[in-house]
Structures are given as C-alpha cells and as structure tokens.
Design a protein around this ligand. Structure first.
Ligand SMILES: [Zn+2]
Ligand SMILES: [Zn+2]
Length: 111
C-alpha cells in the first residue's frame, strides 16, 4: 500500500466520521409534552399510559394528551393569545376566553 493510498483512507475515514455525527438524530433532545398539564416525557408511550392531574374530565380521570406542536421558547394560548414560558405554567392558569366561559378552564397551547 502506498503512502498516498493510506493518506486517502485516513481522509475518507475522517469524513465518514464527521458525516455520521452530523446525521445522528438528536434523540436526547426530543421531548414530548402533555397538552393538559405540560409534563415532559421521553416518549409518547409513557405519556399516554399515565393519568393526567389536569385532565379536563377531572384530576387523573384520563390519560395525558400529547401536545403535537413543536418545542418552543414561548407558548401562546389558542383562546386568548397570552404567552407563557412553558405549557406547565400556561395550563396552571385559568383562561378568560375559555370556550366553556370566562375562567371556566385553563389556557390551552396553540400548535
Ligand atoms: Zn397531563
Ligand atoms: Zn388563554
């Protein structure tokens, strides 16, 4: 094997290493949130199999519901437009524009 071939192989190895790192999905960073309570889960199965303390039918009367929007810096209530730093903070407050009536239910995150 010539020195040139060896050099080429090293370059290719380094390139494929960089490529693998760039294509690696960021699984650690992916989180799933409940739309009702804002609790964070590492996967959807865990989210939907646990009961939700802020379920609309009553505390722990149903399972968490997957929030299908993306992770954001700021979440906007789809009823009143108020902004919150997290779904957990948002759903802890009552919404003046709630469909059931003023302050008859919590804010809900827009997607
Ligand atoms: Zn929940
Ligand atoms: Zn609201």
């Amino acid at each position: 094997m010539s020195a040139h071939t060896l050099q080429l192989m090293i370059v290719l190895t380094v390139l494929s290493f960089i490529g693998n790192n760039m294509n690696r999905p960021d699984k650690e960073k992916q989180h799933y949130y409940c739309e009702y309570c804002g609790k964070k889960f590492p996967d959807v199965r865990q989210l939907t199999s646990a009961t939700c303390p802020r379920h609309p039918d009553g505390s722990n009367k149903g399972h968490h519901k997957l929030y299908e929007g993306s992770e954001k810096q700021e979440y906007t209530c789809k009823y009143c437009g108020k902004k919150f730093p997290s779904i957990q903070v948002m759903t802890g407050g009552q919404c003046v524009n709630h469909p059931k009536g003023t302050n008859k239910g919590p804010h809900a995150p827009a997607l």
